[in-house]
Design a protein around this ligand. Structure first.
Ligand code: MF3
Ligand code: CO
Length: 249
C-alpha cells in the first residue's frame, strides 16, 4: 500500500530530513585522510541523538552501526570500523537515516578524500546530477516510475556508466522502507503513476564499470563485481501537485 502524506506530516518528515542533511554535512567536514570510519560513525550517532532523533540504521535487520560508509568499489552498506581508515584519493559514500517524532529521513552523499582523480570526481558529479534528472522528470499525476527510472538511467548511461539494478529507492514515511520500490532504471510509460502526497527516497547508485554487484560475507557490504568505483546520492522528496520538494537538501 502506498501511504499518502498530509502537508503537516510532510513538515514532520522535513524535520527528520534536516537532521539527516546536517549529519551528512558534519561527515563531509570530517572527511580526511587518517580518520577512522568508526570515529565518523560515532560523530554521526552523537549528533543525531543530540537532536532528539534516533539513527534508523542501527539494529535495522541486525545492521551493526548508525551509518553506512562505503569506500571506492563498495556501492552501499559498508560497515564503519576502527580498522577502516580513510586514505587520500578514495571516494566515500555516507548514507544516513534518522527518525524524529516517528517520521523518517534518509539521504546519502559521496565525497572524495583529499585529492581524487578527475574520473572519480566526474562519477560523483554525474551520480548527483542523476538524482536531479530524476526530480526534473516528475510531474504529479503524469510521471510514472518507469519515466523516473528512465530519466536517471539514460543520463547515467550517456556517460558510459552502469546503473545498479539490485538495489533501488523506496517510499518512506513512518517506515524507512515503504512501497513503492523506486528503481533507477525503467521504461517510459510504465509503472505506478506518482501523485501528490507521495514521499519517496530517490537514490541513484552509479558505477564506473559493470552495473553488476555482489554481497560480501559480512552480509551487508555490496561491492561492484569488477571492483571499479561506485557512487551513491540520495534524498527524500515529497511530491506536490505543482512541485517536488527535496526534504533532505
Ligand atoms: N539508507 C539505506 C536505504 O536507502 C538503508 C541502509 S541499510 C541499513 O535503503 F541497514 F543500514 F539500514
Ligand atoms: Co534509502
Amino acid at each position: 500500500m502506498i501511504l499518502i502524506k498530509s502537508d503537516s506530516q510532510i513538515e514532520e518528515m522535513r524535520k527528520a530530513n534536516v537532521i539527516v542533511r546536517d549529519t551528512l554535512d558534519l561527515l563531509r567536514d570530517h572527511t580526511r585522510e587518517g580518520v577512522s570510519t568508526y570515529e565518523l560513525n560515532r560523530l554521526a550517532h552523537e549528533y543525531i541523538t543530540k537532536q532528539g532523533a534516533t539513527p534508523s540504521f542501527l539494529n535495522y535487520h541486525g545492521y551493526p552501526a548508525s551509518i553506512c560508509v562505503s569506500i571506492d568499489c563498495e556501492v552501499v552498506h559498508g560497515i564503519p570500523s576502527k580498522k577502516r581508515i580513510l586514505q587520500e584519493g578514495q571516494i566515500v559514500s555516507y548514507d544516513v537515516g534518522a527518525v524524529f517524532h516517528g517520521w523518517n529521513g534518509d539521504a546519502a552523499r559521496t565525497v572524495g578524500v583529499g585529492f581524487i582523480d578527475s574520473e572519480c570526481q566526474k562519477l560523483i558529479d554525474v551520480t548527483e546530477q542523476c538524482f536531479f534528472e530524476g526530480v526534473k522528470a516528475i510531474k504529479a499525476g503524469v510521471t510514472r516510475l518507469g519515466d523516473l527510472g528512465h530519466a536517471i538511467q539514460s543520463y547515467a548511461e550517456s556517460f558510459g556508466y552502469g546503473v545498479v539494478r539490485e538495489l533501488v529507492g523506496h517510499g518512506i514515511g513512518r517506515d524507512m522502507h515503504e512501497q513503492p520500490d523506486v528503481p533507477n532504471y525503467g521504461n517510459p510509460g510504465h509503472g505506478l503513476r506518482l501523485t501528490s502526497g507521495m514521499t519517496i527516497a530517490i537514490e541513484p547508485m552509479i558505477t564506473m564499470g559493470t552495473y553488476r554487484v555482489e554481497w560480501m560475507s559480512d552480509g551487508w557490504t555490496v561491492k561492484t563485481l569488477d571492483r571499479k568505483p561506485a557512487a551513491h546520492y540520495e534524498n527524500t522528496v515529497a511530491i506536490f501537485d505543482d512541485r517536488v520538494e527535496i526534504l533532505s537538501l
